[in-house]
Design a protein around this ligand. Sequence first.
Ligand code: GDP
Ligand code: MG
Length: 720
Amino acid sequence: MDQHLTLALAGNPNCGKTTMYNALTGARQRVGNYPGVTVEHREGDAHHNGRDLTIVDLPGTYSLTAYTPEELVARDYIVERRPQAVVNILDATSLERNLYLSLQFMELGVPVVLALNMMDAVRKQGKEIDTPLLSKLLGVPVVETVARIGGGKRELLDAAIAYTAEKTGDWKPLTISYGPDLDPVLQEMVAVIEKTGFLAERAPSRWVAIKFLENDEQLVKLGLQSDAETSATLSGMTAAVGRHCRSTLKISPESLIADYRYGYIASLMKEGVVRVIRPQARLQFSDQLDRLLTQQFLGPAIMIGILYAIFFVTFHLGAIPMGWVENFFAWFSDVVSATLPDGLVKSMLVDGIVGGVGGVLGFVPLIMVMFMMISFLEDSGYMARMAYMMDRVMRAFGLHGSSVMPLIVSGGIAGGCAVPGIMATRTLRSPKEKLATVLTAPFMSCGAKVPVIILISAAFFDNAASVMFWTVLGGWIAALLVAKLLRSTIIRGASTPFVMELPPYRMPTLKGLLIHTWERSWSYVRKAGTVILGISILIWAMMTFPGLSVDDMAAFDAQRTTAEATLSGAELTTHLVTIDNQASQEALRHSLAGKIGIAMESVTKYAGFDWRTNIALVGGFAAKEVIVSTLGTAYSLGEVDAEAAEGLSIRLAADPSWNRATAVALLVFVMLYAPCLVTVVVIARETSWKWATFSVIFNTGFAFTLSVIAFNLTRALIGL
Ligand code: GDP
Ligand code: MG
């Protein structure tokens, strides 16, 4: 066993580092300069419990970014010389500011022991620090010291020695979320770094990526020397996200990173690390606002109120531009109908493309209104508070505080996507909590489910906002219950502590809001114009071919001839339309998709789904938007002379096979059944194909069971 340990003392200037160093080493000191710079290098020996120790007094620094020679020296020492542990001395009278450096050690991954120094002064201020709690939250040893009288120095060395024995030199970096603007870029950068092994000998990949975002000159220069190509790629990504941050948030990535680090620390403090015995503090604006907005009972009530208000405004304000878009497609479809001759091309354009893609695009205005409000929550910093408040709930159901963001990204407030949501679970360190989060993220109301929810709520309920509110909440309830079920059966295991980043509140800029709204809406529109367009045409074809048999065609023709011979005037016109409708219904039934849908009816009838709904639900496995587009095609194929201006929701409401019970059952099923294809692939990539398959089978079974219950319950309630 290696008897000799090197411990590096680090900390902000004036935290008492040198005082502690003297207390530890006594007279056994060596003083010199670091090569090339005038920064003093001090090294001394100590003995503790039979161990020989070398104690290094690093220069005082506020950060580990190469802004000053001191910072560079301290960092290079740690990265290159790799001491067995860093003893981070903190001035505990300004704990928040001092923890900023500690976080950076933890992000770097070096084993670190915290010495909360100047505890005598802290007590004099009438404060108490819950060191066991701080230690638990950060996952590193924390010792209270009073360097001036040598207080706590034995405990400090005990803790450091025990910790190095446990850590045996391997670095475990802490991952902090830097919010929706930087996290995705960081992930991409990490992927690039890991692929090329860029600067791998120096530091963990995420740390290297963060340093690039912070424009760390020294590291960028080193990178350029070791691998110019990767370095250029990373610099390009940094420049792009820098422009994005500056135009949307009006701040640089460096400041954003600092904000999130301070936010992380602020949330530690909120856990009650520092207890004020004699209060004196004047609260700052953010803290004052947080007092109200994250208050134990009022906070969640306000959160639910805000959620409801979002849906209310979405429906009432969004309905106006939505009418314009619907009118446009109706007009467009009229023009196409009038100019093109009857036939397959016209049917594909009117029923397949306008009915399908148009149906999906019709929701764009509504979705934009909603995205705008959600962007406001996110940019203002309130979204982080929502996550903070949800933490307690998460834990009760076997999830982790860090599960909240992935769930919100997946559509927790309506309108996200499970794909980035599931990728965001990478910040979860416990594999079991990560798995539970990955498996429940698809229950959220993602952007593709939103049009289905809007369609059904608007068609069958007077208070659509309220239905949407309960649907979204229902997704959460299902996610939590399933998480609890999984965590108490097949993925059992202890929960890990959590710290949430709470960035300061800031007033969102209009430009930032517009850009974020546009980014979200555009990806929806683009998907409608590409993937959904392709699937719509495919499904239209499946709903059109093989078409009526020659015999059937003849039979309908015979009916028409008879009608023309016996009837006249308006009566004849009405009758002919009825025959045409029957003919196209019959053709749809005979189509490939129709046959599949009808075959499924023997099972799905228990949930009230007819064959056309079945086709839509099967198509929805490819992408959930397809549910709306397929219903659009099915109901426009089925009704030859359907008033073009009639929206799909009016058609559904008027259809005899639909009622409120079917509507409720469909909402339940759509919220919970198998994740879409892309999500399944991502689940497989983040976990394994075993779990991806599990999610398809389990979710569909779970969804079907619940929708059968919902169908029958609603039927009983409304007396059908
Ligand atoms: P460094 O610049 O980080 O090396 O800090 P120093 O060791 O020079 O200490 C800065 C000041 O804090 C000195 O005046 C010390 O006497 C004082 N100091 C150090 N430790 C303590 C402590 O535990 N309690 C109090 N009250 N003062 C301390
Ligand atoms: Mg000093």
